[in-house]
Design a protein. Structure first.
Length: 456
């Protein structure tokens, strides 16, 4: 598309239009790539210490605007204010962490006969980052911060529904002193700006977070151009509770393992697997824990769960939960906004749609299991493999089950999935490649091998 168009940004808690943003066209993408390639050459040639200093300055400027960014996230994404503050802080922390890797991005010296062999890690060039609406700020930073640290330029396309924090981050980058054109944000429709970015010959790599369906389409387009991709896609993560676990702790931790961000989280533990001998006690404890979750105005400090992002998402979630479905239900506001109550379904078959498909809302399914082998079978009975939790006091069992569950990120007696200092990514249909962690910068480099003969 080469003609102008606009995107309306809604507050999902009120359904009010809070902003209108100009959508990027294919011509805008072309122009952005030209600017990015020019800026990237100077950035890559700069001293590593200077790149690190500017990224730390960017982190400091973000820190000065954490509250502003958080309030903006509340309005455009419906995130609770506590979550939104964490998200803005995560951008700051990831910029700092990535800056620390700039001067450690070194190659190797490999022993060979007849000379010296070294490897060099060189930036790819221009990176396209396509960020989702469920965590607009942190996931945008997962691709952007290490790519910049490795010497690349970045063009970020935020989701159509949540472009505001990304646009503000681009302004803060310039305020921090990053060169013009090095980090650009192009809001726009996926079928327009997104496709143009994916298909552009001047973009060396695409980092995409979103649905498995869209990820496969992007991967196919990149394959035609032998373009690198990192894909973080869907999830249907298990929460495995063994009878020897601290059942009270496991039950009390369960609600926010799938209700955080209103369940709009690829890592949400929406398949609750409970050993049959502990099932009744677990459910007895879970019922009041679900009922106590405060759902409401995301700007209120007491709120623990806000609205879904859109009417489309609300309708999708509703389609998985018949009105007469047995289970546990919390409360949600009436009136304007995309509200759905916390819901735990029971009595479903293990292969029911709600048990195996990604609902992406505040809905979980409880399934009983008999023993360790049965738990692993149920945990792996899905096309996804992103995350999961294992609750047990037996360290041997924790290690055995961790090895047996096909997922990229597992927690024992915890629901923590993401740290900027450790790698993140999925198995099976949950994605390709890894983000974050100590090796994040190398994912945005090309390895060049140089042999120097020492023979006379």
């Amino acid at each position: 598309m080469t003609s102008a168009y606009e995107l309306q940004v809604l507050n999902p808690a009120t359904e009010e239009v809070i902003a209108t943003v100009q959508g990027a066209t294919s011509a805008d993408v072309d122009a952005a790539v030209v600017r990015a390639r020019s800026a990237q050459r100077g950035w890559a040639a700069a001293a590593p210490a200077d790149r690190a200093r500017l990224l730390r300055r960017f982190a400091a400027v973000v820190d000065e605007h954490v509250e502003e960014l958080a309030q903006l996230e509340v309005r455009e994404a419906g995130h609770t204010i506590g979550n939104a503050r964490w998200e803005a802080g995560n951008v700051r922390d990831l910029l700092d962490f990535s800056a620390g890797g700039v001067e450690r991005l070194s190659g190797r010296q490999i022993p060979v006969a007849g000379g010296l062999d070294i490897t060099l890690l060189e930036p790819l060039g221009v990176i396209g980052v396509i960020a989702p609406w469920n965590f607009p700020m942190p996931i945008a930073a997962w691709g952007t911060a290490p790519a910049l640290a490795a010497g690349n330029a970045v063009i970020l396309k935020p989701a159509e529904t949540t472009p505001l924090t990304a646009l503000r981050l681009a302004e803060l980058a310039l305020e921090a002193g990053l060169p013009e054109g090095l980090f650009q944000v192009l809001p726009g429709a996926g079928a327009v700006a997104g496709d143009a970015l994916v298909e552009h010959p001047g973009v060396a790599k695409i980092v995409f977070t979103g649905s498995t369906r869209a990820g496969k389409q992007i991967m196919a387009k990149c394959a035609d151009r032998v373009k690198r991709v990192t894909l973080e896609l869907g999830g249907k993560s298990p929460n495995i509770v063994f009878a020897d676990a601290d059942i009270e702790a496991a039950a009390l931790a369960t609600p926010m393992s799938f209700l955080d961000n209103s369940g709009q989280d690829c890592c949400a533990r929406t398949r609750i697997l409970v050993q049959r001998s502990a099932y009744d006690r677990f459910m007895e404890l879970l019922a009041p824990a679900i009922a106590e979750i405060v759902v409401g105005d995301p700007a209120d400090e007491k709120t623990r769960m806000g609205p879904l992002i859109s009417r489309v998402q609300l309708d999708r979630v509703r389609s998985y939960v018949p009105d007469d479905a047995p289970g546990l239900r919390g409360s949600a506001p009436d009136g304007p906004g995309f509200w759905f109550p916390p819901t735990v379904l029971i009595g479903l078959d293990a292969d029911a749609p709600a048990a195996v498909e990604e609902v992406f809302g505040p809905v979980a399914v409880v399934l009983p299991f008999e023993d360790e082998e049965d738990a692993v079978r149920l945990a792996n009975a899905t096309e996804y493999g992103l995350s999961g939790s294992i609750w047990t006091r037996d360290i041997g069992r924790a290690l055995r089950v961790s090895r047996a569950v096909a997922a990229g990120n597992l927690s024992v007696n915890s629901h923590s999935s993401v740290r900027y200092s450790t790698p993140f990514g999925g198995y099976k249909q949950s994605g390709l490649g890894r983000e974050l962690g100590p090796d994040a910068l190398t994912a945005f480099t090309e390895t060049k091998n140089v042999f120097i003969s020492t023979e006379a």
